[in-house]
Design a protein around this ligand. Structure first.
Ligand code: KG4
Ligand code: ZN
Length: 345
């Protein structure tokens, strides 16, 4: 029996709703972005994000149903991102979805945001199936996952401090680029010389874990020192150096993770997976290592409702539904099932 799911994604500054059919087919994807408003403050203001979600969520959900050509009574489940993310923002989407599920008398499916990012690949590549190795790199997370099944995964690496996207955004801001600066920095990097400013490649002994705070500080110090001396820093060259350093830090770990677990498929996701240098290096190195690489189109890399609507189908099939008492969590490893998460852990 075909399953229609409405999903709400409100973990950060985008109110997004999508309707999926049987996980792989997206019938509607509607997003209201608050990015312009937060750009005024140079970053996301959590209080403003929550309030905007309240104003927009029902409208965006209605539009998604209309775009899908369905009425709410046809839905088989309602889903929402419940972790990780800005807690106030998550609660708005989750409570809307729980209310809708209750009113329609259908299951409520809580979804893990990082699992959602991985699922962007199932939307983009209908033939793709686990097992595989996944890299999720975004503004809030940098993780490598060993995915044994759609809802079963192990976290092989995480960041010990900043996420890759955070480093991109902070450096972009220092270079005078508007928030979020990752994509603009990527554009600048294309004409830069990556060798002009050598930057540190931090690693953690005996671990696949990441650390990006040293890279961020090194780049910020370079900019400050140049400013103090009244010297010109080449924005293009620094952007190229930062992009190459992030890619050289991330890619070998992803390949190592895939080899250690004997996986043949690798996928990437998250806003930073849109980075051209990272994509290029992943393509070259996966080919060398004989690994099949899956890179979603840029439109599915950043936060979107489709990825949540897709993962919700697999969670529903696995019986991972929840009642009206389902809570939201600011942090949670992707290996945890949201519906079974014990807050006391
Ligand atoms: O996945 P996402 O939309 O939201 C989170 O879950 O955090 O990721 C947003 C992050 C931001 O830090 C943004 O600057 C970064 O992804 N980003 C990029 C690029 N496009 C977006 N970073 C590097 N290169 C890009 N092309
Ligand atoms: Zn995200």
């Amino acid at each position: 029996m075909s399953k229609l799911i409405l999903a709400v994604e409100s973990s950060c500054d985008e109110t997004a709703c999508a309707v999926s059919r049987d996980g792989r087919e997206i019938l509607a994807d509607v997003v209201y972005s608050q990015a312009e408003m937060h750009a005024l403050y140079g970053g996301v203001v959590p209080e403003i994000a929550s309030r905007k979600h309240i104003e927009k969520v029902s409208l965006v959900a209605e539009q998604a149903c209309r775009q899908a050509g369905i009425v709410p009574a046809q839905l088989d489940a309602v889903a929402a991102t419940c972790a990780p993310g800005l807690i106030g923002a998550l609660l708005v989407g989750a409570n809307f979805a729980k209310g809708a599920a209750l009113a329609l008398d259908v299951p409520f499916v809580p979804v893990h945001h990082i699992r959602g990012h991985v699922a962007a690949n199932y939307v983009a590549f209908p033939e793709l199936k686990p097992p595989m190795t996944a890299l999720v790199a975004s503004g809030g997370h940098t993780v490598i996952l060993d995915i044994s099944d759609y809802t079963e995964m192990e976290v092989l690496a995480t960041t010990r401090d900043d996420a890759a996207g955070e480093a991109f955004d902070k450096i972009a801001r220092m270079l005078g680029l508007p928030y979020p600066g990752g994509a603009s920095l990527d554009r600048l990097s294309k004409t830069g010389d990556p060798k002009r400013y050598p930057l540190p490649h931090a690693g953690i002994h005996d671990s696949l874990d990441f650390s990006f705070s040293g890279l961020k500080t090194a780049a910020v110090n370079l900019i400050h020192n140049a400013q103090q001396k009244g010297a010109e820093i080449s924005r293009e060259d620094l952007a190229a150096a930062v992009s190459v350093t992030v890619a050289e830090t991330v890619v070998p770990r992803v390949i190592r993770a895939a080899k250690e677990r004997g996986r043949r498929r690798v996928c990437a996701a998250g806003g930073v997976a849109a980075n051209s240098t990272l994509r290029g290096m992943l393509e070259r190195e996966c080919e060398k290592a004989g690994l099949e690489l899956y890179l979603p189109p840029l439109s599915l890399c950043g936060d979107n409702g489709s990825m949540i609507a897709c993962q919700a189908y697999f969670e529903l099939m696995a019986g991972h539904t929840a009642g009206a008492d389902q809570n939201c969590f600011a942090t949670m490893p992707a290996s945890q099932h949201v519906s079974q998460f014990d807050y006391a852990l």
